[in-house]
Design a protein around this ligand. Structure first.
Ligand code: 523
Length: 135
């Protein structure tokens, strides 16, 4: 069987900030920050899956763009990808996370240095901070 896909949203604002969400569970990553998202259903288009997950988790509508370059093998049966996204309706609120934050490139780099991101998501940091810095 092919691995299941986990989709994560690199949600950016017009003022070049990135939306991070603080996980509540499991204990190994509780308190750490991630790009919000979740598992795609079998045969679900990844853009559709991300729109569904961000509606469930943040209560917003998003327009989904391109994939980020890196793919992460979380395990034999779970593969994590990220897609750029913009909010098109609503103001995000933490339905399933404990908190949300809009961070600048500088703040993102500090959080990475302080090991505040979930480990898998750190692969995207060079691409994320490059795009956030490109005003
Ligand atoms: N990650 C991850 N980074 C990241 C996300 C959205 C997910 O490393 N930005 C990992 C965490 C879990 C797996 O991907 O190992 C599934 O993510 P999760 O738990 O957010 O997905 P759900 O909510 O669809 O999964 P269930 O709670 O199991 O239904």
């Amino acid at each position: 069987m092919s691995p299941r896909i986990v989709v994560a949203g690199a949600v950016t604002s017009v003022d070049n900030r990135l939306l991070l969400a603080q996980r509540r569970y499991p204990a190994t990553v509780a308190g750490l920050w991630e790009l919000p998202g979740g598992k795609a259903e079998d045969d679900e288009d990844v853009k559709f899956a991300l729109r569904r997950e961000l509606r469930e988790e943040l209560d917003v509508g998003v327009e989904v763009g391109e994939r980020l370059a890196e793919t992460v093998a979380l395990s034999d049966d779970l593969t994590l990808i990220a897609l750029w996204a913009r909010i098109t309706d609503g103001v995000p609120r933490p339905v399933e996370h404990s908190r949300l934050r809009w961070v600048t490139a500088e703040e993102l780099d500090k959080m990475v240095a302080g090991h505040q991101l979930v480990p898998a998501d750190t692969v995207w940091v060079p691409e994320l901070s490059g795009v956030l810095r490109r005003a």
